[in-house]
Design a protein. Sequence first.
Length: 370
Amino acid sequence: VEVGGEKVTWVKAGSDGKETVLLMPKIAIIRLTIVISLVLLVIVGVLVWSGNVKVKDALAEMQLSNQEERLSQTLSLKEEKVSVLENLQSMLEEAGVNVTVTKSVDSILREAKQERLKAKVVYASQTLPEVDVVLVDKVPPRMKMKMINEFHIKAGFLLWAVSSEAAAHWKASGLFGKTSTDEMVDECEKIEEGWGDTYGSDMMVEWLKGNITMGRYPPPLTVMDGLANYVDDLADEEYAKMWRERKKSVVHSDTARKFIVVQNKVSSLVKEIESKGLHEHAAVDTDPVVQDVFTKVYVTLRKIDCSEWLFPRDDEDSEGKISKPFKPYANVVKDDDDDYDEDEDYDEDEDEDEDKDEDEHEDEHGDDVK
């Protein structure tokens, strides 16, 4: 046998000739030792590399988890600040406190909402761990369809409302840059009160879109504002006056690109819903596509901290006539399994009655309600 160009030989040894011995030149032994050493080095190198990759993956996963926790805590603090200021604002209004003091609180509240919005979009633009969708199965198919419709109505409107077309209507308006009148503020407060009870999100959106097109209302600043926050902004007399300045601050902020990332996520979902005809209720409740699309919408909204969009008024606890059937599933979309009440299950009969009311409502208003 040849090893590295040198001949090696097996020979019999021992008195009985039953044992064998390998005879090879010294140079062959050296070469064989080198080959074996190199093979062992390669094996050790592969093992070390594999171990480093696993360690790096573990560190990356830990870092991502820590980052998510940090961003989540920041967002929670911003939301708590807004909540405290909103409660303070309500208390001052009820007590009839001096207008100057109330306006100061209003100004601080506006700044707090902007801080919350920035924290929200930073959190939403991250690549976060997967959301557990087990609880999605607790939402019945018909309710999934209704929630998909809620999302589509609001998201479709918001995507249009932050476009250059909507902004152009406002910039060309004679009201541009002016403080809203008391009548306008009262009007916005009244439409907000009736939302989820007297009329649904579809009529709300039609009203808002019509007034933006006519140049009566300034459009929302970002998709992330959401419909409820936008309507709340309209009830602030300073919103119309400060719209241009606030829009510039969003466009030129360090989080501007992150707003676009979130906006694109929302836009892709709207396109998928429309491509599959779900916005026209073309699919039956039991169609697998409903489950698939709802899960995608649910996961995305959870990740961008906008799961309230699935509910009328963007409020899972609303008691209005239209909102009430959604309420039993508030804790489901929040992933709060412990608080889910099996006894508060979905009432199909109540939902059928609601559908009849909606049909009668559409007959009265014709094409105004879509």
